[in-house]
Design a binder for this molecule. Structure first.
Ligand code: BG6
Ligand code: MG
Length: 214
């Protein structure tokens, strides 16, 4: 039987490519403070990687009627966009180096993010052309921890899931990668079931990607 060969690295966006995870937190904080709902960084940990509506339901589920929820989701996104407008984004340390290393090694690169804002953020960063495929939250009905976003990215790259490594900072994303049949590198010290964990993106290097047994 022929073993799969590493063909692609699929990156999460928020908290991996750039620090927009912080702006998601600050925007939720602003909304929940206004609604008088307790919300801290501790609760925010559960929201990493999951969709906008699912995030709201987790924190405030059952408290509001459907059209109010829609209004609050729009409000959260407006706060988020304002944070983006007021702050210059840059890639997190280690990302540009890894992308260059992957280019030299002929390994494809994709983004698979549950965020509907992903294309705009990559555009702001001037990084759209760094990836052969970009999958965002508007392209799949099921967000992470479902494997759909990663599977769609592999399909767009014309590679099989077993030929991919995922870089992820959320527990939902590590779960999604495992269910997609992909290996994963977790960014952060507390991610269960990642195939490899790094404290920080600055430690990323192609040698880690290549150390997986393909
Ligand atoms: C994920 C983030 O990438 O996208 C989540 O980790 C966020 O925090 C989700 O809720 C949806 O993002 P957006 O920009 O569509 O609200
Ligand atoms: Mg993330």
């Amino acid at each position: 039987m022929q073993m799969p060969k590493l063909k692609a690295v699929i990156f999460d966006l928020d908290g991996v490519i750039t620090c927009t995870d912080e702006y998601h937190y600050l925007a939720w904080k602003k909304l929940f403070d206004r609604l008088g709902i307790e919300f801290s960084r501790r609760e925010n940990e559960q929201l990493k990687g999951i969709g906008r509506r699912e995030s709201f339901e987790l924190i405030a589920g059952g408290k509001f009627s459907g059209d109010k929820v829609d209004r609050y989701l729009r409000e959260k996104n407006e706060y988020y966009i304002k944070f983006l407008d007021n702050n210059k984004l840059s890639p997190l340390p280690g990302i540009t180096k890894l992308l260059e290393q992957l280019n030299s090694a002929g390994i494809s690169k994709a983004v698979a993010s549950g965020s509907r804002n992903a294309p705009q953020i990559l555009n702001n960063l001037g990084m759209t052309a760094c990836f052969e495929a970009i999958v965002d939250g508007s392209m799949c009905t099921k967000s992470k921890p479902a494997p759909d976003l990663f599977l769609l990215a592999a399909e767009k790259l014309c590679v099989s899931p077993a030929e991919c490594v995922v870089v992820e900072d959320s527990q939902a994303g590590i779960q999604a990668a495992a269910d997609a049949g992909m290996k994963s590198i977790g960014i952060g010290n507390y991610l269960r079931n990642a195939d490899f964990c790094l404290a920080d993106t600055r430690l990323l290097d192609i040698s880690i990607v290549l150390s997986f047994n393909f």
